[in-house]
Design a protein around this ligand. Structure first.
Ligand SMILES: NC(=O)c1ccc[n+]([C@@H]2O[C@H](COP(=O)([O-])OP(=O)(O)OC[C@H]3O[C@@H](n4cnc5c(N)ncnc54)[C@H](OP(=O)(O)O)[C@@H]3O)[C@@H](O)[C@H]2O)c1
Length: 329
């Protein structure tokens, strides 16, 4: 009998909020991964991290961590403008790369990162955690069931009220703005639905035309609305923002019914609602440990020498769509 695969040994580049609140705890809960090293510019954060999560290796610079020969995979939760550089540098050191969304600031950056990971034979994935939820699987099941008839419209919104004026989300030089930060989710969701209803391969279906409006403050968009039109007759309305009350919701409307998806991008329990004529049907959604599922899939991919479940064709399509939306506004 072969011995079981040892756990994948992870390092984290930057003691970011998403790393300390979500990803590092998910690594600790996972069955196939081990949190082994943290890199931070700030020695105080290294101390805090090790106090909270245990005696992992601490590096004062990201370049030092990626040279550690014991580290197999890195998680990159740096500001969006730094994803490309550090993903490429990590790949060149032979590290597998799980990188936060949006993978790059544009499709060209994404292609550079993909080429670097391919030539160094390491996995790369954009960390779209909502793709690992029961809610997303239920949405796809409803679409495949045909209960909505021919799908004509997708609406999808991710908004919240940003209270921290020092946030990287408000800094243009760090890749801030609501479309990059949360609008990338409705873009991704719309692509997922468009592929599903067309019976296309992931990442294949592209809009034939794109329109966009932005409210900009301090060099970043704080509110965005866009329209994607497809040659099939499908039309999508996308919204993001961090200047108004939180609202995370999508609806998919077909000739025979409507699917309402509250909390589209979250892992909480809830319901999907299908409305068809006078009939409302609630489909239960169970809570998902989405960050753990994401890291376990990625680690299985590293060990299994297969691509992770959320693929790069969709990442490239997402980045191209964001490029077109930014150019249209
Ligand atoms: N998947 C999700 O659910 C989710 C949720 C939120 C954010 N995100 C993504 O995760 C990434 C980080 O977001 P966050 O909200 O966690 O950000 P954050 O708390 O501001 O963390 C960013 C980290 O980047 C490092 N950094 C390096 N240069 C920096 C600079 N010039 N200014 C600021 N920080 C710098 C810092 O780490 P050190 O000081 O330790 O070196 C900092 O802790 C973004 O790409 C974002 O889109 C994903």
């Amino acid at each position: 009998m072969n011995p079981p695969n040892p756990k994948v040994r992870w390092g984290v580049l930057g003691y970011a909020r998403i790393a300390r609140e979500s990803l590092i705890p998910a690594l600790l809960r996972s069955t196939n991964s081990e949190f082994c090293a943290i890199a931070s510019r700030d020695p105080g954060k290294l101390l805090e991290c090790r106090g909270r999560f245990g005696e992992v290796r601490g590096y004062r610079g990201y370049a030092e961590l990626i040279k550690d020969p014991d580290i197999e995979a890195v998680y990159i939760p740096l500001p969006n403008s730094m994803h490309r550089e550090w993903a490429v540098r990590a790949a060149e050191q032979g590290k597998h790369v799980l990188c936060e969304k949006p993978l790059g600031l544009n499709a060209g950056e994404c292609q550079t990162m993909i080429a670097a990971c391919e030539s160094n034979r390491v996995n790369l994935m954009e960390a779209f955690m909502y793709r690992y939820t029961h809610r997303t699987r239920q949405v796809l099941d409803v679409l495949r069931s045909g209960v909505l008839g021919e799908v004509k419209f997708v609406g999808s919104t991710f908004r919240f009220l940003l209270s921290n004026p020092a946030s990287i989300k408000l800094k243009p030089e760090l890749g801030g703005g609501s479309l990059y930060d949360v609008g990338c989710y409705p873009v991704n969701f719309t692509g997922l639905v468009a592929d599903a209803v067309a019976g296309a391969r992931p990442g294949e279906t592209r809009p034939s035309s794109v329109a966009a409006g932005f409210v900009r403050e301090g060099g970043v968009d704080v509110s965005f609305s866009g329209v994607l039109t497809y040659s099939s007759g499908l039309i999508a309305s996308l919204n993001s923002g961090f200047n108004a009350h939180p609202f995370v919701h999508s609806e998919i409307i077909g000739t025979q019914g409507v699917l309402e998806v509250s909390d589209t991008f979250f892992g909480n329990a809830g319901v999907l609602t299908v409305v068809a004529g006078d009939k409302r049907t609630e489909i239960p959604v169970v809570e998902s440990d989405r960050y753990r599922a994401e890291v376990e899939d990625f680690a299985d991919a590293v060990r299994g020498r297969r691509p992770p479940l959320f693929g790069l064709a969709e990442t490239v399509r997402n980045a191209e769509t964001i490029d077109r939306l930014l150019a249209a506004g």
